[in-house]
Design a protein around this ligand. Structure first.
Ligand code: NAD
Length: 361
């Protein structure tokens, strides 16, 4: 089977980390008998330099015509890069926001996984870490408080600001369906997080999630209030499989969950639409401070590529192999600078990619 992959290397360390992800994907393709046809696209600063805008219509069309998009990262140093002297709608990040919107990516997935070998980077105590944790935060990305009507008015000399949190049944149902589908590929547990003791939008959220759950009798559903969830993430993170939540709660909880894993260079992410299509990228930025120095950790991008195989292409076996290869490389004691610890062997970005590739072949 042949798949069309749009590749956006982006700026800063983007091209280096994407190169390593492609190396690993190609090894998985040979081993598991599929082919990937890549089309490289410009976005962010690289597109501003070439086309004067951070995203062209041609790029959007090519991305839409592909089976999935694999991205590095975009943007430069806001203090020194000429890209940030442009008006906001022409800056690198505007390209990414426009692409997400054009592709209707409403579901954001961020796994938080604790590697045995990187336990020392986890700020939690050993007895809390226990056997480790492996959760996935599924956040609604295009609705809720960040997209509702807002205003600031002045009445009798007093300023008053309003934001509105709106969710329709349709928006809740489509993210819930994604959450349950993805739980089926994992440990079959969904914890839906809301504030149903206070908010109407959360009460609707809860009832729609319960309705969707009826279609998934094999998946266990629980509900948790968001304030409790924030506590449970640092008290007993091992209890979670898929956390399903709305936009703002997910924004906050996914950062909290990623912090307890330790390193930014290890965190993958995906954004999906109603079909199997998705955009896969590391959670970190373009790290202009280390760009071109072979210092970047490519693992977040490599794990994002594994998610692409699993969620957009249904190549679970190949995805498993990539994840296992990452674990093995860590077990074998290889580390990039950001996750280096005593007794380990320090390697650069390209060597880390090669070591992971070898463990797939
Ligand atoms: P950043 O994530 O790029 O860097 C923060 C720190 O983490 C830096 O010290 C960096 O060297 C380090 N780091 C990040 N990724 C690493 C990796 N893979 N390996 C080793 N070290 C790594 O965040 P920032 O400095 O705030 O932002 C830099 C640029 O990235 C900005 O232009 C920002 O807008 C952009 N950005 C883009 C995205 C995206 O493309 N989705 C996301 C966040 C930030």
């Amino acid at each position: 089977m042949n798949y069309k992959i749009a590749v956006i290397p982006g700026d800063g360390i983007g091209p280096e980390i994407v190169r390593e992800a492609r190396k690993v994907l190609d090894a998985a393709a040979v081993k598991y008998g599929f082919t990937l046809e890549y089309t490289e696209l410009l976005m962010g600063g690289a597109s501003i330099d070439a086309n004067g805008v951070p995203l062209t219509d041609e790029t959007i069309e090519t991305a839409k015509a592909s089976d999935a998009v694999l991205m590095g990262s975009i943007g430069g140093d806001a203090k020194t890069s000429p890209w940030y002297r442009l008006e906001p709608s022409l800056r690198p990040e505007a390209g990414l926001l426009k692409l997400r919107k054009s592709l209707n990516l409403f579901a954001n997935l961020r796994p938080a996984y604790l590697y045995e070998e990187l336990k020392a980077a986890c700020p939690l105590r050993d007895e809390i870490i226990g056997d480790g944790f492996d959760m996935l935060i599924m956040r609604e990305l295009t609705g809720g408080l960040y997209f509702g009507a807002r205003s600031t008015v002045e009445e009798d000399g007093v300023k008053k600001a309003t934001d509105t949190l709106v969710y329709s049944e349709h928006e809740i149902r489509r993210i819930a369906v994604k959450g349950f589908d993805i739980a089926r590929k994992r440990r079959k547990k969904v914890c839906s997080v809301d504030k149903a003791n206070v908010l109407d939008s959360s009460r609707l959220w809860r009832s729609v999630v319960e309705e969707v759950a009826k279609e998934y009798p094999d998946v266990e559903l629980s509900h948790m209030l968001v304030d409790n969830c924030a506590m449970q993430l640092v008290k007993d993170p091992g209890q979670f499989d898929v956390i399903l939540t709305e936009n703002m709660f997910g924004d906050i909880l996914s950062d909290e969950a990623s912090m307890v894993t330790g390193s930014i260079g290890m965190l993958s992410s995906a954004s999906l639409n109603e079909t199997k299509f998705g955009l896969y990228e590391p959670s970190h930025g373009s790290a202009p401070d280390i760009a071109g120095m072979d210092l970047a950790n490519p693992i977040a991008t490599i794990l994002s590529a594994a998610m692409m195989l699993r969620y957009s292409l249904d190549l679970d076996e190949a995805a498993d192999a990539i994840e296992a290869a990452v674990k093995q490389v860590l077990k074998d004691g290889y580390r990039t600078a950001d996750i280096m610890s005593d007794g380990c062997t320090r390697v650069g970005c390209a060597e880390m990619g090669s070591l992971i590739r070898e463990r797939i072949q």
